[in-house]
Structures are given as structure tokens and as C-alpha cells.
Design a protein around this ligand. Structure first.
Ligand SMILES: [Zn+2]
Length: 318
């Protein structure tokens, strides 16, 4: 993040060096003839942390340990802080490339996009701005690809697209990729991140909960595995549907996972919430989540789980 530049400083040429803590003027231009304002002595910096100059896009700050990290280095480590292990969010495409071999991913339904079925004020412009921001048509990418040489059906959500909300397109794309997996006897992996159902589509978005779970039930009847990967945050209608019915449910460290938010629960129940409530670690300790897997281990662990689950299926059918 770049510190906002005070417009009053814009007349000073500054040196912006990565890692340099203070902004020091290198050249002060002479006042022009028309500028009669007397020169003011700059105020000395007193107290408080010094402002850091971080050119946008080059440096970023870890929200957990406050370490300043070179963005390229962060990307090379799958957006995980090398210092404290904080997992920064991944875009859907970054997640796909972190899991799928080379260029083996074949995207399905890439052109499917939402319609404003309820004529909800502002929905179409919201969709448009999210499409421009993310380069995606909607909040999920689905397709088939190879994971360490094993063919899988993959769905990956992107929180950057309208909070990863599930509308008709998210539900339909996931349903279709699950149905393709059933037809082709493939395992399904879905990496979720979502604030829940998409309010702009009202009940149509709630119907996606049943539809996706229905498709997974048919997939399960064929004894094919579904691995649900929960990433920060996975909440509400997504957690209350397909994300929580995996044969295996994995989560990234410290991911927030739940149905209603903690403040709503606290206000409703009038009770103190236990420490670590709605974190991946808390839910693993209470039996909802099978394993917490750091991002750099995820691909290898998925391959191993798939081998175990598909081997037991093959043995049962033999
Ligand atoms: Zn950190």
C-alpha cells in the first residue's frame, strides 16, 4: 500500500526509494515570480511511527506481523508471509495455477454471466465493475485439469468478485462441473471463499444451495470423492451448502469459517463466544474440518488424498 500523498507536498520533488523510511525533499524548486507566499519552514517530525514510502504494487505489508514484504517475493511464496505464515488471499486464477499442472486446465462455461433477474437496482453496474476489476465473468472458475498427473474437476471461487457471493451463475457452473465429473468418473475439488448467497438474486441464489448439493449427491452415489477446500473467509450460504459436504474438508490456516458472523451470533445469543470461534483451527478441534493444510503443501496433499480415495473406490468396484 502506498501512503496517500499530501497535496501540499506536491510541489516538492521527492526521492521515493524502497525501504527508505522518510520522505526527504531532494530539490526544492525556487518560488515563481507570481508566488508571493513566504516560504514556510517545514514542521519537524515529532513522535509516532515514521511514514514508510511504499510504491504501490512493489511492496505490501503483512497485516499479521506488520513485516514489509517485496511483492514479487510474496507471489513466489504463493502469497504466504515468509515471516509469520499469514495467508494473503489468492485470486481464483492464482489458485488454479497453484494446483493445476502447467497449461492443462480447460475452463468450462467461461462466458456464462449473470442476468439481473429481479431488476435489482444497481446490480448490473455492480456486475460490470466486478468484471472489470477481476477479469472474470462471475465469482467462480470451473474446469478440468491435471493435478500431479491426476485428472480432476476443479471449481475455484474468488472473493474479489462481489465478495465471492453465490448467485445463479456460481451455482450453475459448479453444478455443471460436478455433473461432468460424475459422467467422466472424476474426483471434484472445490476451493471456496465467499460471503454467502448473492442478495441481488434473492431466492434464486438460495436455490443454488440445494442444486449444488443435489449434484454432489449424484456424484457421491458413484463413490467418487469430493474434497472441499475452505479458504478465508467461507461463510453463510456457501458454508451451509456444498462447502460443508465434502468427503474430506480441508482448510487453510486461520481461515474464518462459519454461517452468521460472530457479532450477529453474540447479539442473538447474548453469550460470550469461545476463543478462536469460527476459525479453521477451532472447527478442526471440534470435528467439522478434517485437516488444516498450509498453502504450499496443498497440491501434494490433495494428490495423496485423491490416491487414497480413488484406490478405495477402485477396490470396492473390483
Ligand atoms: Zn507476516
Amino acid at each position: 500500500m502506498t501512503e496517500p500523498v499530501d497535496p501540499s507536498e506536491s510541489k516538492l520533488k521527492t526521492r521515493a526509494l524502497p525501504g527508505v523510511e522518510t520522505r526527504e525533499p531532494s530539490i526544492t524548486p525556487p518560488p515563481s515570480a507570481s508566488d508571493q507566499t513566504p516560504l514556510k519552514r517545514p514542521k519537524p517530525v515529532s513522535g509516532g511511527p515514521r511514514k514508510r514510502l511504499m510504491p504501490e504494487g512493489i511492496w505490501t505489508k503483512c497485516p499479521k506481523c506488520q513485516e514489509t514484504i517485496y511483492r514479487k517475493e510474496l507471489e513466489a511464496k504463493l502469497n504466504v508471509c515468509w515471516q509469520c505464515g499469514y495467508h494473503f488471499p489468492l485470486t481464483a486464477w492464482e489458485r488454479v495455477s497453484s494446483l493445476i499442472d502447467g497449461d492443462s486446465f480447460v475452463q468450462a462455461d467461461s462466458e456464462m454471466s449473470s442476468v439481473d433477474v429481479l431488476s435489482f437496482p444497481g446490480y448490473l453496474s455492480k456486475l460490470e465493475s466486478n468484471q472489470q476489476k477481476t477479469g472474470m465473468k462471475d465469482a467462480v472458475i470451473t474446469g478440468l485439469g491435471l493435478l500431479h498427473g491426476r485428472k480432476v474437476a476443479l471449481g475455484v471461487m474468488d472473493f474479489g468478485f462481489n465478495g465471492g457471493s453465490m448467485g445463479s451463475v456460481v451455482g450453475e457452473k459448479l453444478t455443471r462441473i460436478i455433473e461432468s465429473a460424475t459422467e467422466q468418473s472424476l474426483p471434484v475439488i472445490i476451493c471456496s471463499t465467499s460471503g454467502g448467497a448473492r442478495m441481488y438474486e434473492g431466492m434464486f441464489s438460495l436455490m443454488q444451495m440445494a442444486k449444488t448439493c443435489g449434484a454432489l449427491a449424484y456424484h457421491g452415489r458413484e463413490k467418487l470423492p469430493f474434497i472441499s477446500v475452505l479458504t478465508d473467509p467461507t461463510m453463510a450460504g456457501v458454508m451451509a451448502s456444498f462447502a460443508s459436504v465434502g468427503d474430506l474438508i480441508l482448510a487453510e490456516p486461520a481461515a474464518r469459517i462459519g454461517f452468521a458472523g460472530p457479532r450477529v451470533i453474540k447479539d442473538t445469543t447474548k453469550a460470550e463466544l469461545p476463543k478462536g470461534f469460527q476459525t479453521a483451527e477451532f472447527l478442526r478441534d471440534h470435528g467439522l474440518i478434517d485437516a488444516i493444510v498450509p498453502r504450499k503443501e496443498l497440491k501434494g496433499r490433495l494428490a495423496w488424498y485423491l490416491d487414497c480415495l480413488m484406490a478405495s473406490r477402485d477396490a470396492a468396484q473390483a
